[in-house]
Design a protein around this ligand. Structure first.
Ligand SMILES: C[S@@+](CC[C@H](N)C(=O)[O-])C[C@H]1O[C@@H](n2cnc3c(N)ncnc32)[C@H](O)[C@@H]1O
Length: 267
């Protein structure tokens, strides 16, 4: 077995590697990338420094966006979960800056989904309280930018969609309302909920397509792949997080499936 192939099960693979230099994902085999990169907000990851200068962070962003562009199919799509802006340690227009870089790299812009995390408890910084001197405005949302490589119309793949009418109607409305995931429960500092990649996968790919998450973290995207019967590749630089992703794949897929069945009124 390959040294960096950390785990595989039924079309799903976890690579313990640096996405910038990895050679384990072949060019032109990915139908959809869905990911949430580090946000550069001083999160204490095990193996990644999340406190770069903004310029260095944007250079890192450009590098990995280039690599992602090489790997995706010509009719491939990209759902990029990023913050709208940065409020601590110097305000920055992160969403606008990353889209500008993505377009420089060659990515084409399609649309943006606003994920309303419904999490108001995080609010602590008000700037100047009850004063116009220097108040802060903070939007409790994250963005999911939808990009594509060359053509939006999807020509490759099985052409089999598994999205229901209700899901299609609801998810093509570009404001998504669902809760974030608990760091404590998952054991990773910044997990996104499985619902985020699950919606992206069902809306933007056919059954049997291949999904890549270059910043796998705790494995949420691969759980979504298993639930939707897609092939999945995850790359994660930190070995401990690969282990968390592996354990979640072993234990959580079935539970998630049962919950979805109950929610959708099936047995
Ligand atoms: C925002 S987190 C992703 C969280 C993930 N969506 C989840 O649900 O758990 C970003 C992840 O990228 C990883 N990372 C940072 N630099 C990396 C690199 N060059 N290659 C691969 N993974 C990297 C970090 O260790 C971290 O786990």
């Amino acid at each position: 077995m390959n040294r960096k192939l950390y785990f595989q099960v039924k079309g799903i693979k976890i690579y313990n590697d640096d996405f910038l230099s990895t050679k384990y994902v072949q060019e032109g085999m990915v139908d959809l990338i869905v990911t949430s990169p580090p946000y550069n907000i001083d999160i204490k990851y095990n193996s990644y420094d999340d406190k770069l200068s903004y310029n260095v962070y944007l250079k890192f962003t450009k590098k990995w966006l280039e690599k992602a562009y090489e790997l995706i199919k010509d009719d491939g799509r990209f759902c990029l979960n990023i913050p709208l802006d940065k409020n601590k340690g110097g305000q920055q227009s992160v969403y606008a800056d990353i889209i500008t870089i993505a377009k420089e790299v060659g990515w084409k812009y399609h649309s943006t989904i606003v994920w309303n995390e419904q999490n108001i408890s995080r609010r602590t910084a008000w700037g100047s309280w009850l004063s116009a001197s220097a108040p802060y405005v903070i939007a409790p949302v994250e963005m999911i930018v939808v990009l594509y490589k060359k053509q939006w119309k999807k020509l490759s793949g099985s052409r089999r969609s598994d999205i229901t009418k209700k899901e299609f109607m609801e998810w093509t409305n570009g404001v998504w309302n669902f809760m974030g995931e608990s760091k404590k429960r998952v054991g990773h500092p910044t997990p996104f909920p499985v619902e985020l990649p699950r919606r992206c996968i069902k809306l933007f790919t056919f059954v049997d397509d291949t999904i890549l998450d270059p910043f796998l973290g705790s494995g949420s995207s691969l759980i979504a792949c298993a639930l939707t019967k897609r092939k999945g590749i995850g790359v994660e630089i930190d070995r401990n997080y690969c282990e968390i992703a592996k354990q979640r794949l072993i234990t959580e897929v079935e539970i998630n499936q049962l919950m979805l069945n109950v929610f959708q009124g099936r047995k």
